[in-house]
Write a protein that binds this ligand. Structure first.
Ligand code: BGP
Length: 471
């Protein structure tokens, strides 16, 4: 099969809080990600009550990108990257989040980082908020459960849009916005209070974030009409466990509820099924009359989404065979194999996802995360032989090509996750690696932080060079 279009955006993705480190450098404030416990496989991370002496915070140093970004971006260029997806640490720009004036030193850091990318012809793809916000906003305002966050977020967006309007064209408003349901500590900085109605809080926060996202799109376009601003959605690809209509209905309901986020992002309105869902669960969401107009005015240019694995849905929840796949977990698919972390590997699921999304929304799609978290071994000779990762990526690229060439789906680009090894968002581990570039650091923070090229580095370089022809 032939080459993908010349303007296909090949690259990779990271997030500030998982890669930068330098947590208290350059006037940076404390981020919610700076006070998360380290976690481990199977143990959920927690938002603590501020920095606790002696507790290990892997985000504090992370992969040291804050000081090594020039070396790192040169390596990305060596692979032929056309784009690099990263996020901005809100706390480098507004240390507490509720100040009026930004921190110049933080802005300068991203000026330099984006300039480095642009010198190499690499387009920055910027996630405005990727699983972090000033801890002050969590402590004083309760994170995204509070409507005031919209104003703070808008002040932050305005600062970024004005400052980087000639350097950044592609933006994403929130990373995996739908994670606010079920994992609200990640995108929403939400720590539940005793006796709180969790579902109520989650859907309220979702509304505020969707309004904020729409306002950001509108403002961004006013500042630079050439901006391409997208939403970013964790696609919970899943199948009905059997052809029992009850399982199929359960699956329909699951997707419907998740797609609510994209319906708002793309069409600017909540679907009717969402109002029924709220009613059935006795949830009452606080909204302002102008919110409906705001949502309509701020529809996205493209859908960014993450895809790692798939799961199955069944009507009878008593089945214990739970899969950890996809963060928004479902049940294990007996036909698929899992990664070392139990995420079920399903390349065809990516083609299915691309088809579903494109059929439903008809706007360009951008696969902004995909990849295999695995334990890698640095060999004596400095090599890392990650044939398992190459296999995973190759099979997914094959399916992207089928979606483009056989199904006619409009795909803007592909940025595999964690192109440089970084801290796992879910588990806080370093050993769950995704990168083409190995970072010498272990789960306790030991290591030189030196970089090594994995076998997948050379594979991806060839893939990009041939526009996906040689994989
Ligand atoms: C997504 C996040 C990323 C990333 C990735 C892998 O949910 O957007 O931040 O971390 O998943 O997950 P993990 O780090 O838990 O392996």
């Amino acid at each position: 099969m032939s080459r993908l279009p010349d303007d296909f955006l090949w690259g990779g993705a990271v997030a500030a809080n998982q890669i930068e480190g330098g947590w208290n450098r350059g006037g940076k404030g404390i981020s919610v990600s700076d006070v998360l416990t380290a976690g481990s496989h199977g143990v959920e991370r927690q938002i603590t009550d501020g920095i606790i002496e002696g507790l290990y915070y892997p985000n504090h140093e992370a992969s040291g990108f804050h000081s090594r970004y020039k070396e790192d971006i040169a390596l990305l260029h060596e692979m032929g990257f056309k784009c690099f997806r990263t996020s901005i640490a809100w706390t480098r720009i507004f240390p507490n989040g509720d100040e009026e004036e930004p921190n110049e030193e933080g802005l300068l850091f991203y000026d330099s980082m984006f300039d480095t990318c642009l010198q190499y012809g690499i387009q920055p793809i910027v996630t405005i908020s990727h699983f972090e916000m000033p801890y002050h906003l969590v402590k004083e305002y309760g994170g995204w459960r509070n409507r005031k966050l919209i104003d703070f977020y808008m002040n932050y967006c305005k600062t970024l849009f004005i400052r980087y309007k000639d350097k950044v064209k592609y933006w994403l408003t929130f990373n995996e916005i739908n994670m606010i349901i079920r994992k609200p500590w990640k995108p929403g900085g939400i720590k539940f209070l005793e006796g709180e109605n969790k579902l109520q809080t989650e859907y309220q926060a979702a509304h505020y974030m969707l309004v904020a996202s729409a306002k950001a799109v509108k403002l961004g376009k006013e500042i630079n009409p050439d901006f391409m601003i997208g939403g970013m959605f964790l696609h919970p690809t899943s199948y009905a466990a059997t052809c029992d209509p009850a399982d199929v209905m359960a699956h329909v309901k699951k997707l419907q509820q998740a797609y609510m986020f994209l319906d708002v992002h793309v069409r600017g309105v909540y679907p009717r099924s969402h109002y029924k869902f709220l009613e059935n669960n006795q949830l009452v969401i606080e909204t302002l009359p102008e919110d409906a107009v705001t949502l309509k005015e701020g529809v996205v240019d493209y859908i960014g989404f993450s895809y790692y694995s798939s799961s199955v849905v069944m009507a009878d929840p008593s089945n214990q065979n739970k899969s950890e796949g996809n963060e928004i977990s479902g049940y294990k698919n007996p036909l698929l194999k899992g990664s070392e972390w139990g995420w079920q590997i399903d390349p065809v699921g990516l083609r299915i996802t691309l088809n579903w999304l494109y059929d439903k929304y008809q706007i360009p799609l951008f696969i902004v995360e995909n990849g295999l978290g695995a334990v890698d071994t640095l060999e004596e000779d400095g090599g890392i032989h990650d044939s398992y990762r190459i296999d995973y990526l190759r099979r997914h690229v094959e399916e992207i090509k089928k979606a483009v060439f056989e199904d006619g789906v409009e795909v803007m680009g592909y940025t595999p996750w964690g192109c440089i090894d970084l801290i796992s968002a879910g588990t806080g581990e370093m050993k769950k690696r995704y990168g083409f570039i190995y970072v010498d650091k272990d789960d306790k923070g030991n290591g030189t932080l030196n970089r090594y090229k994995k076998d997948s580095f050379y594979w991806y370089r060839e893939c990009i060079r041939s526009n996906g022809e040689i994989i």
